[in-house]
Write a protein that binds this ligand. Structure first.
Ligand SMILES: Cc1cc2nc3c(=O)[nH]c(=O)nc-3n(C[C@H](O)[C@H](O)[C@H](O)COP(=O)(O)OP(=O)(O)OC[C@H]3O[C@@H](n4cnc5c(N)ncnc54)[C@H](O)[C@@H]3O)c2cc1C
Length: 459
């Protein structure tokens, strides 16, 4: 039980706000993206500045409280909220400052991808990050972070110049190639294991304003043939191109003929990072193949492309995802994907095949904590459903996907797509786990930051 006077003292020390269960803003503040997660922290510290973060970390440590750290609240496993304990919520620390001459962005620890894209695109620049604008920059980047630009410019983490961090001891540190370089190594893929990131500096790249972007849809009966063609196209595609395949149920969108609404389809979501006319040309062999039922790809402002999937992935549904890495897609894997897609448990569920590789794989596996530098595709069956009554069917389908795909996959899983709270850390960190455990022992020996895909401090 928390001492009232001690809690009040924390409240008076914050420039931000301290929310308790009786506060009208509490329920909204504890809700995260995945509606399966329903946890009730004792306190939520909505920090306004770094001093608030230091006070909150000191408080959690000294009071022996469970501590969760929240950036954008998108984590599938719901690691940014806890039962009892304290949540450090950085959503108010979301400023993005861009220096267009130096091509550097300074980004607050609670910024969302939309904040980052808007500020950088205003200067004709961009950072490779994720594909849904409501995702938090912090959680995404600390786990690696990939999106449409990553085959050209690498992971979000590969574009980090520095991270400002509050450690478990309440110390403020800066990590970069020159300052605390081992910590900087660990922050580029090691997740939230080492402290609270209050600011990031990213290298920026010229882009847009328009890019070539959008989906082409195919019937499920054609999916095996189209996926095989996609695999071959992806193998030799220029790094400007990034195409994600999605086995899904056709939504009732005007771009899809009505006869196909509600049927199982394959979507190839295509992106080209250069001149849109060139993008159209380069992607034409993919889009002209087979018998597409709809094609909505074309020139689009980059910021619109970054928001196009927001509604599909809106907050509020129950979610369970199970990622696995593939170096390449074998014919057997393609057949398994199509068979599993025929049994999607709900219209919102899908099997997403994210193309990675390119510049991501030009970095050595041990150069940063993110180890998966030979992965070609991240395959993620994702169940999404509305009611708790659907839990059993959804989870059974996810497990069936996992069982069917595991023998065909290459081992390894992307840390940021894992729904399990524990048990997949070695898949996530691979051969870098032991080095991360040594770093953890140095910066967080008592494992204060343990609500994450956790690295246990080496004894
Ligand atoms: C709809 C959707 C789309 C996605 N798309 C992509 C994508 O395209 N590419 C991709 O790579 N990933 C993607 N992801 C996965 C995403 O990277 C993870 O969910 C990530 O955890 C989100 O970060 P967040 O800050 O929103 O998460 P939160 O839930 O706020 O935090 C997750 C964890 O990150 C750590 N953390 C968060 N903020 C901080 C901080 N400031 N300091 C220290 N630790 C912190 C903590 O350990 C926390 O438990 C997507 C997720 C969703 C739900």
């Amino acid at each position: 039980m928390l001492d009232l006077a001690v809690t009040e003292d924390l409240g008076t020390r914050l420039r931000g706000t301290l929310l308790a269960p009786d506060d009208p803003a509490y329920d909204e503040a504890r809700a995260v993206w995945n509606a399966m997660i329903d946890r009730r922290p004792a306190l939520i510290a909505r920090c306004a500045e770094v001093a608030d973060v230091v006070a909150a970390v000191d408080f959690a440590r000294d009071q022996g409280l469970t501590l969760a750290v929240r950036g954008g609240g998108h984590n599938i496993a719901g690691t940014s909220v806890c039962d009892g304990g304290l949540v450090i919520d950085l959503s108010a620390m979301n400023a993005v400052e861009v220096d267009p001459r130096a091509r550097v962005a300074r980004v607050g620890g609670g910024a969302l991808l939309g904040d980052l894209d808007r500020a950088t695109q205003a200067q004709g620049l961009a950072v490779p990050a994720g594909v849904v604008s409501t995702t938090g920059v912090a959680g995404l980047t600390l786990g690696g972070g990939f999106g449409w630009l990553s085959r050209k410019h690498g992971l979000a983490a590969d574009n980090l110049l520095s991270v400002e961090l509050v450690t478990a001891a309440g110390e403020r540190l800066r990590a970069s190639a020159k300052e605390n370089p081992e910590l900087f190594w660990g922050l580029r893929g090691g997740g939230g294991n080492f402290g609270v990131a209050t600011a990031f500096e990213f290298r920026l790249h010229p882009l847009g304003p328009e890019v070539f972007f959008g989906p082409t849809f195919y019937r499920l009966e054609d999916a095996a043939e189209v996926l095989a063609h996609y695999r071959d196209f992806a193998h030799s595609a220029p790094h400007d191109c990034c195409v994600w395949a999605d086995l899904m149920t056709a939504p009732p969108l005007p771009i899809i003929p009505e006869a196909h609404h509600g049927t199982k389809v394959l979507s190839l979501m295509q992106f080209h990072a250069g001149d849109p006319r060139q993008g159209e040309e380069v992607l034409a062999p993919l889009r002209r193949f087979g018998r597409p039922i709809a094609d909505a790809a074309g020139p689009l402002p980059y910021t619109s492309a970054q928001g196009l999937l927001d509604e599909t992935y809106a907050k509020g549904l129950r979610n369970y995802w199970t990622p696995q890495n593939f170096k390449a897609l074998s014919d057997a894997a393609i057949d398994a994907l199509v068979t599993l897609a025929a049994r999607l448990p709900t219209p919102q569920s899908d099997i997403l095949v994210s193309q990675v590789g390119g510049a991501i794989n030009e970095v050595a596996s041990e150069a940063s904590a993110y180890p998966h530098r030979d992965t070609g595709f991240v395959v993620t069956p994702g169940a999404r459903w509305a009611e708790p009554a659907g839990d059993d069917a959804a989870l059974a389908w996810v497990q069936a996907c996992r069982d069917a795909l595991a023998p065909l996959a290459d081992g390894g899983a992307y840390v940021n797509f894992i729904a399990e709270r524990e048990g997949r850390e070695h898949e996530a960190y691979g051969g870098n786990y032991e080095r991360l455990a040594a770093l953890k022992a140095r910066y967080d020996p008592d494992n204060l930051f343990r609500l994450n895909q956790n690295v246990r401090p080496r004894a």
